[in-house]
Design a binder for this molecule. Structure first.
Ligand code: GLN
Length: 446
């Protein structure tokens, strides 16, 4: 824990990965653990971990990187936090992110501009940019992020670290500040594939507080992780290497595919014909769910309250006008519009239909194949400031990560080399609840 804070002191002014450091409580927890003695069978005991700031932490400021949660100290822990405490992992701080996890660059945060440790003039990706940057900069070896349309995998790819979005329902969302409830999952960001699997084992499991969490046998992603991948069937969708994928990214992914062949896997080209509707459908569905989820921030219950309010109406309107940033407002307006009675069938219902078609595409492939591979993102990390110029291009950058959220399937990003001296991520997608196979392929590749 001391080493974490020494490293934070050395690099944090440049990287700005954290919103809040929890030095006092972390050191107290470490001291208590030293006094108690570490259980040698628990490999996670005493390991420092950073937490994305949309995961609620009892008595510790939790902002979701929004002004509207100024001063919000939750009275309870998210289920993932309870599980980490049971393993004696130590929360060393809360990590920066895009406001309410809406974004791909971590630039919509109200609090800080996180830099990519590989090149400080570039963004770390998002929305879990603080989590990925903290791991890449060596501040922590493990962090938690959340992934609604790519927010664990894309920043992991951009920062050259490992990120997993588990199967929808694998990890409890209780205490994850909701963005789009049908898509959100919490996942680990780590330096190695095996560390990632260990942390996911710790946080996985059905939870009485989350009715969308799914009962499954005890999560075991590590027993078979070192087994070889001879004879495994890998599918490469042609849409994942098509137009818009940078040449350098494509080259690294093609090399990775050769490596997987060399390890004994068979590789075929396939098609996921409906993923071309993924981005459009996602931004309708995610914004619709967000417009409903974010209605709870009204100045009454949490955090910020406008000092200008003089009656109930202005309490709501002024608090929300002052408390939410522009990207969040854009999503609330888009979602409210899509759900309004005159437009519901044209947008929300259509988007749901597109989602069903994407789910069917994946089902067909997984009837014949063990995993799907492709790039995590079509580009390497871009320069800071690019997002503000062109939000639509930023939305398009999610084209390769969104389909996994739509279909609820697990997806891992592992580093597969450099382009423009920046890391490229290889995405490994598995069938529902088959994280074990996804990790095994990731481990073989690593
Ligand atoms: N970039 C996507 C968005 O802005 C995904 C965000 C996420 O996964 N939380 O919605």
């Amino acid at each position: 824990v001391n080493e974490v804070y020494a490293r934070v002191d050395a690099v944090e002014d440049k990287v700005q990965a954290f919103i809040t450091l929890t030095k006092e409580t972390a050191l107290a927890q470490a001291a208590a653990l030293d006094a108690k003695g570490i259980d040698a069978t628990n490999v996670l005991a005493g390991i420092p971990i950073g937490i994305k700031d949309n995961i609620v932490t009892k008595d510790i400021l939790t902002t979701a990187a929004s002004k509207i949660l100024t001063g919000f100290e939750p009275v309870y822990d998210a289920t993932v936090m309870t599980k980490l405490h049971e393993k004696d992992m130590i929360n060393v701080g809360k990590l920066n992110m895009d406001e309410f996890a809406m974004g791909s660059t971590t630039e919509t945060s109200y609090y800080a501009k996180t830099a990519n440790p590989w090149d400080l003039s570039r963004i770390p990706g998002g929305s879990s940019g603080g989590s990925a940057a903290a791991v890449a900069a060596g501040e922590v070896s493990v962090a938690l992020g959340s992934d609604t349309g790519g927010s664990v995998r894309q920043p992991a790819a951009f920062c050259g670290v490992v990120g997993m979005k588990p199967t929808y329902g694998r990890v409890s969302r209780f205490g994850l500040i909701a963005f789009a409830s049908s898509l959100d999952q919490i996942g680990p960001i780590t330096r190695t594939v095996e560390d990632n699997a260990l942390v996911l084992e710790a946080i996985a499991g059905v939870d009485v507080h989350d009715s969308t969490s799914v009962p499954q046998p005890i999560a075991d992603f590590t027993t078979d992780i070192h087994k070889d991948i001879k004879g495994m069937k890998i599918a490469v969708p042609k849409e994942y290497l098509g137009e818009g994928v940078q040449a350098g990214v494509k080259a690294r992914v093609l090399e990775a595919i050769e490596t997987l062949k060399g390890l004994g896997a068979t590789v075929d080209e396939v098609s996921l014909p409906h993923i071309e509707y993924g981005v459009a459908a996602y931004y309708v569905l995610a914004s619709s769910e967000a417009s409903s989820n974010l209605s709870r921030f009204d100045g009454v219950r949490y955090g910020y309250r406008s000092p200008e309010a003089h009656d109930l109406e202005t309490l709501y309107t002024k608090t929300r006008a002052e408390g939410f940033g522009p990207e969040v407002k854009r999503r609330i307006m888009l979602g409210t519009f899509a759900l309004s009675s005159g437009y519901y069938d044209a947008y929300y219902k259509k988007a749901q239909q597109a989602r069903t078609m994407i789910i069917e595409d994946f089902k067909k492939i997984f009837a014949d194949y063990d995993v799907i591979v492709g790039p995590t993102a079509p580009t390497v990390a871009f320069k800071s400031g690019d997002y503000a110029k062109d939000p639509i291009t930023m939305y398009m950058n999610d084209v390769l990560t969104i389909p996994s959220n739509m279909a609820g399937v697990p997806s891992l990003s592992v580093p597969c080399g450099l382009s423009e001296n920046m890391p490229v991520g290889l995405q490994i997608i598995g069938n529902q609840f088959d994280e074990a196979t996804v990790y095994r392929v990731g481990q073989a590749f690593e």
